[in-house]
Design a protein around this ligand. Structure first.
Ligand code: HEC
Length: 106
C-alpha cells in the first residue's frame, strides 16, 4: 500500500482541476448574464419588453436571426437608432453569446 499517498494526491489534483473548470464556466455564465442585463433597460427583463413598448421583445427569437441582426446593426447594414452604436461595443463572439442567451429565454 505504498502507492496510496501518491494516488491520494493525484485524486486531489484531479478534483481541484475539475473544480477550476466548473468555476470558469460559472464566471462565464455570470459574465454573459451581466452583458444581457444591459439590454433589459430597453428590451425588458430577459428580453420580454413590456406590452405596448416601442422596443421589440427579443426573448425566444431564433438564435441565427438574433445573431444576424446584431451583426448587421454592428456593420451598419441594418439601419437603427441605437442598436448600431450599442452593437459596436461587443465582439462578434459576444454578440453570438447574447443571441444564444436571448434565444433560450421564454
Ligand atoms: C437604449 C435602448 C436599447 C438597448 C439598451 C438595447 N436595445 Fe436592442 N433595440 C432597441 C431599439 C430601439 C431597437 C429597434 C432598432 C433601432 O432603432 O435601433 C432594437 C432592436 C433590437 C433587435 C432587433 C429585433 C428584431 O425584431 O429584429 C435586437 C436583436 C436587439 N435589439 C438586441 C439587443 C441586445 C442583445 C441588447 C443588449 C446588448 C440590446 N438590444 C440593447 C433599443 C435598445
Amino acid at each position: 500500500m505504498r502507492h496510496l499517498p501518491h494516488l491520494a494526491s493525484l485524486t486531489v489534483t484531479v478534483v481541484l482541476a475539475l473544480a477550476g473548470a466548473a468555476q470558469a464556466q460559472t464566471s462565464e455564465a455570470l459574465n454573459l448574464r451581466s452583458l444581457a442585463a444591459s439590454c433589459a433597460q430597453c428590451h425588458g427583463t430577459d428580453g420580454r419588453s413590456a406590452p405596448g413598448s416601442s422596443v421589440p421583445p427579443i426573448a425566444g427569437m431564433p438564435r441565427d436571426y438574433l445573431a444576424a441582426q446584431l451583426k448587421a446593426f454592428k456593420a451598419g447594414t441594418r439601419p437603427s437608432t441605437v442598436m448600431g452604436q450599442l452593437a459596436k461595443g461587443f465582439s462578434d463572439a459576444q454578440l453570438e453569446q447574447l443571441a444564444d442567451y436571448f434565444n433560450r429565454q421564454r
